[in-house]
Ligand binder design. Sequence first.
Ligand code: YSA
Length: 329
Amino acid sequence: MIKINLKNLEIVVEKEIKKTDNLKDLDKIFRKYLGKKGKITLIFNSLKKLPVNERKDLGKQANLIKIEIDRMIKKKSKEFKKEKREAQLKKERIDVTRPGKKIKIGHLHPLTLVQREIGEIFQSMGFSIVVGPEVETEWYNFDALNIPEDHPARDMWDTFWLKEKLLLRTHTSPVQIRYMEKHQPPLRIIVPGRVFRHEATDASHEIQFYQLEGLVVDKNVSAANFRAVIEEFLKRFFKTDIEIRLRPGFFPFTEPSFEIDARREKGDWLEVMGAGMVHPNVFKTVGLNPKSWQGFAFGMGLDRLAMLKYKISDTRLFYSSDLRFLKQF
Ligand code: YSA
């Protein structure tokens, strides 16, 4: 006969269950007692060998303890499942009151800002904005501007040549020609855009940079008008005292020609634009009579103006894609 202290067994199982901290161990306990070869199952299996009176008694007790163990295991299992679900909920909890992640959006490049601001100033002075192609013909970039093939001024504007007399424009001046071919004076335009030069870079020179061309053609236009317009523009653009000086210069498409330097707070002079009175040959090229029309034109370096405005010491920073630089604007 199997001798088992059933009451004692119940206490032992209870302790075992208490000690477990996971479902897997709990399952082991189940199998140990109630599984196919479990201790309680074996008791049931042995019952038939017992005399009837003992059988009844033990069978009843074994049944009671089976029910009890089963209940304890189920209870513990429920606890485990609840704990697990709570932990999961805690982990996955969404706090709808938390501020969202801010999506970073960039901002305009300083050269774009400067180009737009300058555009607005000139528009308020009655200028229209016109654009032209970056890939230009040799004719518009040079010949039409009174710079024939053997002219030494071509050295000053070495560029990147493409196929079939096409090139990357060295300045925005070709748009003067393109515009005057199609429009009759009086006219007043500005032409912002990118230009290219095949030259060594340094703190004030890049191989690509931005210019803003200006052209005014009318019956009575003088260099004094040019100076007045430019001074007004610089005053509005810099909003601070800026010194300028006009130096005599040379451009084949203007006569006379000047170069304009600017500086602030007695710093170094920086050449910011070339300019002059439209050359008679340029008027003739576009079919205008130089005796009837006069004009002034200028081409300013936008990068240089931005350098002065924001006190930037090296023009190459504009094209460096360095966020530490760009984030300051
Ligand atoms: C002159 C007379 C006109 O009737 C009209 C326009 C002009 C300007 C002429 N087309 C021109 O390109 N002159 S320039 O070679 O002296 O350049 C004009 C300005 O561009 C310069 O004053 C300077 O501010 C800027 N610049 C020139 N080379 C540069 C540059 N900026 C950055 N990098 C370079 N490599």
